[in-house]
Ligand binder design. Sequence first.
Ligand code: PLP
Length: 360
Amino acid sequence: MARVYNFSAGPAVLPEEVLQEAAAEMLDYNGTGMSVMEMSHRSKAFEKIIGEAEQDLRDVMNIPDNYRVLFLQGGASQQFAMVPMNLMKNRVADYIHTGQWTKKAIQEGKIYGQVNIIASSEDQVFTYIPDLKELKISDDADYVYICHNNTIYGTKYNELPDTGGKILVADMSSDFLSEPVDVTKYGLIFAGAQKNVGPAGVVIVIIREDLITDDVLPGTPTMLKYKTHADNKSLYNTPPAYGIYICGKVFKWVKKLGGLEAMKKRNEEKAKILYNYLDSSKLFRGTVVKKDRSLMNVPFVTGSKELDAKFVEEATKIGFENLKGHRTVGGMRASIYNAMPLEGVKKLVQFMEQFEKENI
Ligand SMILES: *Cc1c(COP(=O)(O)O)cnc(C)c1O
């Protein structure tokens, strides 16, 4: 078995233990004589799978009872529309613009109402998180929207905007379960699974109960109402059952390793090794302002397109996969999610040191 070090931004590396367990259960899940893929989503066995997945996530994130956990489909991108359809009662919302993922959310929000961009880091190619002290929250805003960790530019919020009591909505797709979260600060958190918790096809929504109502924008399809899924415990229609099963295993893995405090420690340790090297290197440099650096996605460049390409090519040859930067930014990006082992980061840095010696 030859596993590579997969630095993909998503779909991304999953814990080997989880994959092995799933492989062992592929033909016969827990004495049912069938795979979870072949199983009725109304069966006792699946009810247990989704129930445990929710409970384990609640335990790990310390989700209060007045929040609902939904396992939905359509990816994080579907939430760009679902959020305004369900929450934009006054048809006004404030967005903080930190890159590609908020751009798309803003575009989608504009279909439904007035979107105010109350802060942006576009002037410096999204290499920082805007100053949150000067924010002017709109009086009539239905919510304030952020992308908690920008997967493409590698920025992360280390503090949250003061929304003056307005609902805070966060896209946490790329740093979900990477560190402790105070869920009570948010009205709604969503995360596509394929970055840090499972296979593509599942999006997790954590939503405060009072925000789940029938009072949605006219024309909102049944499938895009949070209430539909909350009332039916994510089983209104056939859910992405196999994906939920894998997410459940990842939640158990996180729990076993000591929960989110332990994840944070691991992630900080890994990120530090890479950032320390980037800060001392004469060839490579990180592209993000230090205080806003992501623990999950680490973009870097050499300053030469040719050397960048050479680096990616040589890295791939020896089993460091998917280090090419996003097509819109170029350079390199190492995504070092929860499941990337410490050893993978250490070996990457060793390789970078060697490449530096040979190319400077
Ligand atoms: C990947 C990503 C998305 C888009 O996810 P899809 O599941 O492909 O729709 C949205 N937001 C962030 C922060 C992401 O990293």
